[in-house]
Design a protein around this ligand. Structure first.
Ligand code: ADP
Ligand code: MG
Length: 234
């Protein structure tokens, strides 16, 4: 089986003036299609840097990332953007919903953006929308704007937004970092279910070792390196 994500010797050094901050060194791993992988490590260990590189949002200083066999670095900016929109759903710690749109508006615009490069625009998959909003408990909240929703509700909307276009890969950076236990459980359960039921590949970054246990595999990071890989309970 071809891995859906193949990271080889990834390195990233941030430079500002004379200062150099090595954030990643020689990070290599692979993820199989449909696998749920958690990346754990303390603050500053390079998790978000890895998230941005895997999502094509920033470039590595060295090494390569292949997504479904395609090397991000060999694509033009336009091609990379197109691939990112079509293949990857993002979930951020700070939710990042568009404040002027309702919850449903946020889901719709994400679906439209994911379809931008497609030859034929697909309408929203209504049964999937039903399923996601039911499981996430946000059916009655869809007409509300983000500032009328609690943090937990906003993140549940953000999960629906990331999953609505059935991206092959879901990248989540500390998705439960700002949530209470009940909302964390809902978010983790949805990510776990989507990986299992929709055969989505999920890569979830967390500093919470307990949350990481729902994954199939757990990559441990420290000081920009993967120190060891553990099997999860997922
Ligand atoms: P984590 O998500 O695990 O907390 P990060 O990837 O955010 O780790 O950061 C890894 C290292 O890179 C840290 O030392 C951090 O200070 C540094 N870093 C992150 N982003 C930048 C940036 N834009 N410019 C300079 N240094 C950065
Ligand atoms: Mg981070």
């Amino acid at each position: 089986m071809q891995p859906i994500i193949l990271a080889q010797d990834l390195g990233k050094t941030y430079r500002s003036g004379k200062l150099e901050v090595p954030a990643l060194r020689k990070v290599s791993f692979e993820v199989d299609p449909g696998e749920f992988v958690a990346i754990v490590g303390p603050s500053g260990s390079g998790k978000s840097t890895l998230f941005y590189i895997l999502g094509g949002l920033t470039q590595a200083t060295s090494g390569s990332v292949l997504i479904g066999g395609t090397d991000f670095a060999r694509l033009t900016d336009a091609e990379r953007t197109k691939m990112r929109r079509a293949k990857i759903g993002f979930v951020f710690q700070r939710f990042n919903l568009l404040p002027t749109l309702s919850a449903m508006g946020n889901i719709e615009i994400a679906h439209d953006i994911a379809n931008l490069g497609a030859e034929e625009k697909k309408p929203i998959d209504q049964p999937l929308l039903e399923h996601l909003t039911e499981m996430l408990g946000i059916k009655g909240r869809l007409e509300h704007r983000p500032n009328e929703l609690s943090g937990g509700e906003q993140q549940r909307v953000a999960i629906a937004r990331a999953l609505i276009s059935r991206p092959a890969i879901v990248l989540a950076d500390e998705p439960t970092g700002n949530l209470d236990t009940k909302n964390s459980d809902a978010v983790l359960h949805m990510l776990r279910t989507s990986s299992r039921e929709l055969n989505q590949t999920v890569l979830m970054i967390t500093h919470n070792p307990e949350a990481a246990q729902i994954a199939d595999r757990i990559l441990h990071m420290r000081d920009g390196e993967i120190t060891h890989i553990e099997n999860g309970k997922g």
